[in-house]
Write a protein that binds this ligand. Sequence first.
Ligand code: ADP
Ligand code: MG
Length: 691
Amino acid sequence: MRPEILFPLFAPVTSLKGVGSRVAPLLEKLAGPIVRDVAFLRPHSVIRRERSSVAAAMEGAVQVFQVRIDAYKRPRAPQQPWRIETHDETGLLSLVFFGRFGGDLEAKHPVGSRRVVSGKVERFGLNLQIAHPDYLLPPERASEIPPFEAVYPATAGLPPRTVRKFALEALERTPDLPEWQDGAWLAREGFPSWREALALTHAPQGEADLSPLTRHARRLAFDELLAHQLAMAQRKADRRAAPAPAIARGDIAPRIEAALPFALTGAQQRALADLRGDLAAGERMSRLIQGDVGSGKTVVAMLAMAEVAAAGGQSALMAPTEILARQHFETLAGPLSDQGVAAVLLTGRDKGLARAEKLRALASGAVKVAVGTHALFQDDVAFQTLQLAVIDEQHRFGVAERQRLQAKGEAVHLVAMSATPIPRTLELTVYGDLDVSRIDEKPPGRTPVATRAVPMSRLAEVEARLHQVVAQGAQAFWICPLVSESELIDLKAAEKRAQELRERIGPGVGLVHGKMSGPEKDAVMADFADGKIGVLVATTVVEVGVNVPNATIMVIEQAERFGLAQLHQLRGRVGRGSRESACLLLYDPPLSETAQKRLDILRRTDDGFLIAETDLELRGGGDALGLRQSGFPAYVFADPIAHRDLIAAAGDDARLILQRDPDLVSERGQALRVLQELFDWRAASPLKDAG
Ligand code: ADP
Ligand code: MG
C-alpha cells in the first residue's frame, strides 16, 4: 500500500493549478500522468538575466532594461510588426511585436510610462530591439523578473515558462520525506536531503548547477539507483528462498565433455562451474550466460542439462525460431544420446501422431531433454519432472512466455543465454536480479573477420566482388537497415536492393524482412542455411545466432546508423567456419568524428565486451534511446556514464540493507519503502519476473 505521505505526489496532474482538460494531455506527454512526474522534470538550461543600460546592451544576451515608452508605430504592411519605441538615459530600444494589436498593448503600457523590460537583445539595422519581450512590467513589479531562470523542456502548446510554473508548483506540493539513506554516507558525499536536492534541481544559478555531477544531482541519481537495486535484490532473495532440487554432479556430463572433439575454453569451464554450483545449492537458480555469438554457450548449457539428466530430471531448451531450435537440436542430440540421454525436437511443425509420440515421451520421462520453440510451452506439453529451463536469446521472449515454460515443473532452475554483451558497469542495472556468467573468450581456431569501412560511392565495386565470390560458392548476408520512420519505405529499399543484386549476380538472391510471417522467414533462412541461396538480403532480422558456416561475407548498408553492439552482432554471423571472412561497413560520407571512431573500434577488435564498453564511452550518455535498446532502464535522474560509480555503490548498499533488514521493518527500512514507492519500480530488468 502506498504511504499516505506520498499522496500529493501521486495525485493526477490535473490537480495542479491551471492544468485543465486542454493542458493535461500535453503535460502528461511531457512528464507523465502524476504530480511526481512534473516535479521530476528537470530544466535543460539556465537563462541569466543581467541588468544593463541600452548603451551597454550586448547583442544576443538576455538582459533587463529600465525604459520609458515614447511612441507606438503601427505596421505599414500586414506582415510587419508593431513597434514600441523606448529609451533610457543612454540610448534607444525598440520592442517588437508580430501579430499583436498595438492598441491593446498601448492600453496596458501607455506612452510616457516607465517599464522594466527583459528579453533577448537583437540588432536590426542600426536599431537595438527586443522581439516579444519575456517581461514587460511596471517598475514596482521588477522583482518578478528572476535573475536566473531555469528553462524546461516544452512541447507544442506548452511553452517552457508554463512548464516551469507547473514544475515549481509540483515542487511546492512535494513533502519532506523520511531519510532513507545512510547518515554516514550522506555526510561523506556531502549530499543534501532528498527534498532539498529536488529543490536545488529546480533552482539552478548557472549552467554548472545542471551538471549530473552536482551533489544534488548525484543524490537524486543515487536514490533512484538504490530503489531499483533494492527491488532487484529483493526479487533475487525471494527466488533464492524458494527451495529447488539440489542436483549433484553426475557422471554423464564428464563423459560427454570427454567425448567432445574440442576442449572447453577457460571461460566455458568457469561458466559451467557456476551452473554446477547453482544446481547443487538447493536453491532456485537464475543465471544469465552472456557471451558473443559463437562463444560456445550452447555447449555449456548442454552439459548442465546432462547433469540434470544424470539426476533423473528433465530439461527444456527454448529458442526463438524454428531454425535455431533445429540447430541446437543437431548440436545436442548426438552427444547426449551417445551417453544414453534421449532428446526430442518440438516445434510448430510437429503435428498429429509424431507430435503425440513426442509428448508421450516427455510426459513419461523417457526423454530427458526437449529442444524447441514456443511449441514447448503449449498447454498440452507436459513433463514428468522438468527441473531446468534454458532460454536462448532471452530478450526475444516475453516474461509470460518464460513463466509458462517454467510453470511446467516445480521450482524450475533457469538459465538464460544472451549474445548481447552488456558493459560490466551496466550489468547491475540491466541484470541485477540475475547471477551472471560471462564467456569472454572465443574457442580457438577462429579466423578473425576482416572488417572494412567502404563509402557508398564504391557500391558497384562491392557488388562486382560479391558476384565473383558467390560464383565460387561463398555465401553472403546483405543487411539493409531500418532507418526511416516507415517500415514500408525500408522494405521497399530492401526489395530494390535485392532486385538490383539479382540483376548483377543472378537468381540466388533471397530476401527476408520483418513483415514476413515466422514460417516464411524460417523457409528463406533454411534455404540460405542449405546453400540454395547465395546472397541473403535482410532488414535487421537476420536471426540472431543462426549458424551458417559457409557464409563468409557480411555487407551492412548505412553502417553508421547502427549501434556498435548491433554491428558487432551482425558481424558475428560470419567467420564461423575456418575460412577467411569479411565484413564490409558501407557508409554515406561524410562520417562524423564519433561515427568514424565507432566504425574504427570494430576494425580493431572482435571482443564484444570491449566494444560494448567503448560504445558506452562514445555515446557519452547522450543516447538514452540506444541504451534502452540494450536493456538499460529508463531512469529519470541516473546517467549510466556520469553516475557509473553510484551504480556499484547502490548495488552494494541494496545487498547490505537486505542482509540486515530483509523485510524492511527498521526505521530506515520503512523509509526505504517510501523510496521504492516513490520511484515505483515496475519497469525493471527484462527478466525481472523470470523466476
Ligand atoms: P553460442 O551459442 O555461444 O553462439 P555455440 O555454443 O553455438 O555458440 O558454439 C558455436 C560453435 O563453436 C559450435 O559449432 C560449437 O560446437 C563450437 N564450440 C563450442 N565450444 C568450443 C570450444 N571450446 N572449442 C572449439 N569449438 C567450440
Ligand atoms: Mg547461440
